[in-house]
Design a protein around this ligand. Structure first.
Ligand code: LLP
Length: 377
């Protein structure tokens, strides 16, 4: 296959999905939704569907993609701060299971669309719990200064407004505090916030059939091959130990990265090795058009030269895009690298292909399934 391309190891995805299944199987009231924004490649979606996950969407395009890939509308939830009217209509007509509503203004528009279309909507409110996820600022979502969700002091009047409107069935509360969270502390804090809110709602006589705690579980970018399966046990056990669910209450999760990150890698070839006065550059044929995470979040993905086992040297691994931020890693230690070597940029299954662009009039690249060898380190 011509480089660059994404390679997905479906065996790794299967092992990941099985690990999720093992952690959740004893809990009939738990529902895991795959956050399709992480990667909507049909190969991956097919596996995700086979293992019984639902879908978490944040756009009309994602709702449509989920439907096109065979997911039941009753397993689809829809969040997002800026749902356009056509997106709301699409989801209403499809009969998705829940709108995660992020503002009073949005509530009013959904009510309007329901009336216009003669439909009812099941809704949850996304709460901004003001919990610090200790992750990169660009992927923190649950702090008061973030645009997401409704702040706790404003919540009750909006919920009462929804309860008074026959267009709506109130399902409960939705949270998502951020992404690439590797310590369990923030999830524990989230549980405490949820418990506190549940007590308030109970006192007010408002019952909530379900709670949605979002996603955010991080993965190991440093040592992917040694650590392919994320810490699902630690993650799920936080919720079973700390969340005080009410009898009959359903619990929803929305995991994206943790499901697909490790099963994908970006394959690229070395075009040139350029020796500067202070640096040696390995210039590869993939750029931030195929994987924007290093440029956008300073993410460090493990880089492996599959073609060489020469002596170790330092390289800045850079792409061909006309921007200095098109750098995958500075001072990467690689075996001696030359033109034509095949390079794997690991842990690219989540937010790689999904965030690709055509900047510099580049073409969208293809994907294939393949097996990662443990020898590739
Ligand atoms: N639920 C909602 C409402 C979300 O906004 C997100 C991610 C998720 C679930 C899934 O989060 P995950 O389990 O994947 O952490 N492009 C960034 C990540 C952005 C995440 C946006 N929202 C990155 O490459 O790090």
């Amino acid at each position: 296959m011509t480089t660059p391309y994404y390679q997905y190891d479906l065996g790794v995805l299967e092992d990941t999905l099985k690990a999720i299944g093992r952690c959740t199987s004893g809990h009939d009231n738990w529902h895991v939704h795959y956050a399709i924004k992480a990667n909507a490649n049909p190969m991956l979606l097919e596996q995700v569907r086979k293992y019984g996950l639902g879908i978490d969407c944040v756009s009309g395009g994602e709702v449509q993609t989920a439907l096109d890939n065979g997911f039941e509308p009753s397993r689809i939830v829809f969040a997002g701060v800026g749902k356009a009217d056509w997106e709301i209509d699409l989801a209403l007509k499809a009969g998705i299971s829940c709108f995660n509503v992020e503002s009073e203004a949005e509530l009013d528009v959904i009510a309007e669309r329901c009336q216009e279309l003669g439909r009812k909507a099941t809704i949850a409110f996304r709460v901004n719990p003001d919990v610090d996820a200790h992750t990169h600022a660009n992927i923190t979502t649950g702090k008061a200064e973030n645009k997401f969700g409704i702040e706790i002091p404003m919540l009750l009047p909006i919920v009462r407004k929804a309860l008074a409107n026959p267009c709506f069935t109130f399902s409960g509360l939705h949270f998502h505090i951020g992404s690439q969270i590797t310590e369990m502390g923030p999830f524990e804090l989230l549980c405490q916030k949820v418990n506190m809110l549940q007590d308030i709602f109970e006192k007010e006589g408002i019952s909530m059939p379900s709670i949605n705690v979002g996603g955010g579980l991080g993965v190991d970018y440093e040592n992917p091959l040694q650590n392919m399966i994320p810490d699902f046990e630690g993650y799920f056990s936080v919720f079973s130990r700390h969340l005080k669910l009410r009898p009959g209450q359903q619990l929803h999760f929305e995991l994206g990265r943790a499901v697909v990150a490790q099963c994908g890698r970006l394959m690229t070839k070395v075009l040139y090795v350029k020796q500067g006065t202070v640096k040696k550059f390995a210039i590869v044929d993939a750029g931030f058009t195929e994987l924007i995470r290093p440029a956008l979040y300073g993410a460090q993905h493990r880089i492996v030269n599959i073609s060489s086992n020469g002596p170790l040297q330092k390289y800045d691994v850079v792409g061909p895009i006309c921007e200095s931020s098109d750098t995958f890693q500075k001072d990467a230690v690689l075996p001696e690298t030359k033109r034509g070597d095949l390079i794997a940029i690991m842990t690219a299954g989540a937010y790689g292909e999904a965030m690709a662009s055509c900047y510099n009039c580049r073409r969208m690249v293809q994907s294939e399934s393949g097996k990662f060898r443990t020898a590739d380190r």
